[in-house]
Ligand binder design. Structure first.
Ligand SMILES: Cc1cc2nc3c(=O)[nH]c(=O)nc-3n(C[C@H](O)[C@H](O)[C@H](O)COP(=O)(O)OP(=O)(O)OC[C@H]3O[C@@H](n4cnc5c(N)ncnc54)[C@H](O)[C@@H]3O)c2cc1C
Length: 461
């Protein structure tokens, strides 16, 4: 009997450009496994919308594996224990996996490494964290010099064509037991708040690649329209990238060969690498201010601010651009980047609610919820991040809404306002045009701004 090897899938649910699969398939019969470990991430247990995605992505992966003569074994519980149990049942000793940088994955890797021969491979980022260093040998803290240094190493190493995906994956002589995906109950039922998700999304590797091919045609216009929420100006690759259904290297190579100039898009892709570098340096980035000075910020107590927080989550703040974004998030599991910034800034500054509460809400509702990207971006908006916007630079949601031409976006997501013209729709109150079923502003812009600035002064003592 040939000793099989284990292939440990995590946020890399693809068969192409999967270095761990290529190494495993070359070596021996392969036992592909996904372990659902809800305990290790603790407060960062996968949120509801991401679980919806995971269900469909695993189903897709299982079908692809079967087409290559293999299967996907599902287990739940502690990753190291489950992998060790499967190794014992099958006689496997070695585990191949891609590296991941969330603190709970790094701990799990240590745990697996203690029990089995764990071979980790790169492939989740353009460059592994630490591959570029400052002149002094340290990790980059600021995005712009980091991006410049990454650019010097681009394009990323492309996998040799025959290695893209093995034509067949040898099966072990006996398959270990597997959970059934349905028993994991990853999909919401009562109520099925994800009912609309499948109108916007098809999780899985094929769709991820289709989106890449499709976006190649549009990437040249990215710089001009990426900030306009009423346009389909961005790639919408974020959940596919988060779950690793497509590799960033694959995206890079396709966009770099596009007919239009892809530079601005590629720099956004580097933000993803940057965010992962930051969580390596500060694993608690999701729950701890990167700048200590922010520990003294007098955020409102959530009990006192409960009505405002609920209005924000439900998209009923009285600020149409914020409400449109929050409703898009609830309905589709995704929000346009410009609107993410406006909605996050509104929560943190106008409502003076700690960024961590907003980040948790996004964690639960985004299909692309990603520990590095979410934490780093929330702290960027708050001003508490390593590289961040200045707190006192307070975004004016009404001005942003007009500037970025959000009228049609608001019409789509706030139907009570759909009849308003392009002038009134950004600020119905100011035009005496607010319908009865749309709430008044929960706080005035000037009042919110002054309260935020006063809080900052107080925090500085
Ligand atoms: C408050 C806040 C929270 C966020 N939370 C997340 C999150 O949980 N998961 C997530 O993937 N992105 C997050 N982002 C970043 C960004 O909004 C999304 O990556 C982007 O909107 C996804 O849409 P797209 O794929 O069409 O992006 P595109 O504009 O087409 O960009 C291509 C890819 O580059 C990466 N990227 C783009 N912008 C950023 C950025 N600012 N930071 C890191 N990577 C970026 C993403 O992987 C994205 O898919 C957040 C931004 C803010 C302001």
């Amino acid at each position: 009997m040939v000793t099989p090897v284990i292939l440990w899938f995590r946020q890399d649910l693809r068969l192409s450009d999967q270095a761990a699969l290529i190494a495993a398939a070359r070596e021996a019969p392969v036992i592909p496994i996904y372990v659902l470990d809800d305990a290790a991430p603790r407060q960062w247990k996968m949120g509801g919308a991401a679980r919806w995605w995971l269900h469909h992505s695993l189903k897709d992966l299982e079908e692809r594996l079967r087409a290559k003569g293999s299967r996907l074994i599902l287990r739940h519980g502690d990753s190291a224990e489950q992998l060790a149990a499967v190794a014992k049942e099958s006689g496997a000793e070695r585990v191949h996996a891609l590296r991941h940088y969330e603190p709970w994955w790094r701990n799990a890797e240590k745990g697996v490494g203690k029990r089995l021969d764990l071979c980790l491979h790169d492939g989740g980022l353009l460059l592994p964290p630490g591959a570029v260093r400052t002149g002094g040998g340290g990790a980059y803290r600021i995005y712009t010099p980091f991006a410049r240094a990454v650019m010097e190493h681009m394009p990323p190493a492309a996998p040799a064509a025959p290695a893209r995906a093995p034509a067949r994956i040898d099966a072990p002589s006996r398959w270990p037991d597997s959970d059934s995906l349905a028993d994991w109950a990853l999909l919401p039922e009562k109520p099925d708040w994800a009912a609309r998700f499948s109108e916007d999304w098809t999780p899985g590797e094929e769709e991820a690649r289709r989106r890449v091919e499709d976006f190649v045609e549009h990437v040249g216009a990215y710089d001009a329209i990426r900030n306009l929420p009423s346009e389909e100006g961005t790639s919408r690759l974020s959940p596919h990238l988060h779950f690793g259904e497509v590799s960033p290297a694959y995206v890079w190579h396709h966009m770099a060969d596009a007919p239009g100039d892809a530079t601005v898009f590629l720099k956004e892709l580097i933000w993803r690498d940057y965010a992962h570098t930051q969580i390596c340096a500060l694993p608690a980035y999701g729950s701890q201010n990167a700048r200590e000075a922010f520990d003294a910020m007098p955020w409102r107590d959530l009990r006192e601010a409960k009505a405002d927080f609920t209005a924000w989550k439900k998209g009923r703040t009285g600020y149409p651009i914020v409400d449109a974004g929050m409703r898009q998030l609830w309905a589709t599991g995704w929000m346009h980047n410009r609107v993410r910034m406006i909605a996050a800034s509104f929560l943190i500054k106008h409502l003076l609610i700690d960024w961590r509460h907003g980040a948790k809400w996004f964690w639960d509702t985004l299909v692309d919820a990603d520990y590095a990207n979410n934490s780093v971006n929330w702290q960027w908006v708050a001003g508490s991040g390593v590289d961040a916007n200045i707190f006192s630079r307070i975004m004016a949601p009404l001005t942003q809404s007009e500037k970025f031409d959000a009228a049609d976006y608001i019409r789509q997501w706030v139907p009570e306002l759909a009849h308003l013209d392009d002038k009134a729709i950004h600020d119905p109150d100011a035009h005496d045009a607010r319908p009865r079923d749309y709430p008044p502003k929960c706080i005035g812009h000037r009042e919110g701004r002054e309260r935020a600035l006063a809080a900052q002064r107080q925090s500085k003592g």
